[in-house]
Design a protein around this ligand. Structure first.
Ligand code: ATP
Length: 336
């Protein structure tokens, strides 16, 4: 039976929800629009074929924790249903698309915007870490917007569930072919060391680097080259792209892209860092007044180039064309 096959829908789901059109498909799941029969409230029903062996316990533990998450910038899980073969996760419906797409379509973008976004992201991650949850798969594709309005909230989605599956499939943690670019993965994961929630702080470092210059810190002609650089923590604040960026912002990124996870800033330290703590307003890029400091046109162009390549690559992996088919890293930008 395929993912989300009609016969897999349990009676409880049918009792509570009208399942409508497919909203999208992932590597291990299918997502359909659900309408709560009592309240009329819409949600996204993610239908996941259960993995084999011990992974099912891991998956259930993760899902249990996620049902307890309650934060304005973390996707809400309303309910979970289970059959012999499938899990049905009823999630908050997100219709605003990906954060990076929104940034590109926005009229202006500056370091101050990046800083506000970072405050929001780090606060959400600190909340998750405070309740013992690690995301483990933070990347731009998993930072979505609630809806299409200008002030839409940012939502972190798609927790480490796909890692559990990739683990199951490939027998190792790094999701090369299965889940697209591994450019956000922490060095300790690549080195197969034991790892903690600090992996999320590394990924935040990579995402903030991109938010500030438009291209990623680690890149190579192939994944092996990129892994080597990640493991060595080898990156630069390239001129001229980083020249207009403040020393505080660079210091913030530098304290996250630290190979030793015990020396890397944790989420609490990150919120106290001078770059973030000077004005703890939180909010998000789209809510407040126009940020001071003006546009950074190169930044938007670089981000647009990067975003295009990232999407191309994601589409290829979804079509079953893995990394081996292309030597181009989604990390490549106009200067790589
Ligand atoms: P992967 O398999 O790499 O995790 P993915 O993140 O795209 O890929 P899913 O999380 O299963 O996989 O999502 C598949 C698609 O379903 C998404 O691309 C999106 O179009 C849609 N989708 C997922 N979650 C939601 C949601 N909460 N609200 C609305 N649409 C969603």
């Amino acid at each position: 039976m395929g993912v989300g096959g009609e016969s897999a829908i349990p009676e409880e789901v049918v009792k509570d929800y009208d399942l409508k059109e497919t909203l999208g498909t992932g590597h291990f799941s299918k997502v359909r629009l659900g309408v709560n029969k009592q309240t009329g409230e819409k949600c996204a029903v993610k239908i996941i074929e259960k993995p084999s062996g011990s992974k099912i316990a891991m998956l259930k533990a993760e899902v249990d924790i996620l049902t307890k998450c309650d934060h304005p910038n973390v996707v809400k899980m309303y309910a979970v249903y289970e059959t012999e073969t499938h899990l049905f996760l009823c999630l908050e419906l997100l219709t605003g698309g990906e954060l990076f797409d929104r940034i590109i379509s926005k009229g202006h973008y500056s370091e101050e915007d990046g800083r506000r976004l970072t405050i929001t992201l780090v606060n959400a991650i600190q909340y998750l870490h405070s309740i013992g949850v690690s995301h483990r798969d933070l990347k731009p594709e998993n930072i979505l917007l609630k809806d299409e309005t200008e002030g839409a909230a940012i939502k972190i989605t798609d927790f480490g569930l796909s890692k559990i599956f990739a683990d199951d499939l490939a027998g190792e943690v790094v999701m090369k072919t299965a889940c697209g670019t591994p450019g956000y993965v922490a060095p300790e994961v690549l080195m197969k060391d034991t790892y903690s929630e600090q992996v999320d702080m590394w990924s935040i470092g990579v995402i903030v680097y991109i938010l500030l210059c438009g291209f990623p810190p680690f890149y190579g002609d192939n994944d092996a080259q990129m892994f080597k650089k990640i493991k060595a923590g080898q990156y630069k604040f390239l001129t001229p792209y980083w020249d207009p960026i403040s020393a505080e912002a660079k210091d913030f990124v530098a304290k996250l892209l630290v190979v030793d996870p015990t020396k890397r800033m944790n989420s609490t330290d990150a919120l106290k860092h001078p770059w973030l703590s000077k004005e703890q307003t939180g909010g998000n890029l789209f809510g407040g007044k126009a940020a001071s400091g003006g546009d950074t046109p190169d930044l938007k162009q670089e981000m647009s180039n990067f975003n295009e390549k990232r999407k191309e690559k994601a589409a290829k992996t979804k079509d079953g064309v893995g990394d081996g088919a292309t030597k181009d890293s989604a990390g490549c930008c106009s200067i790589c």
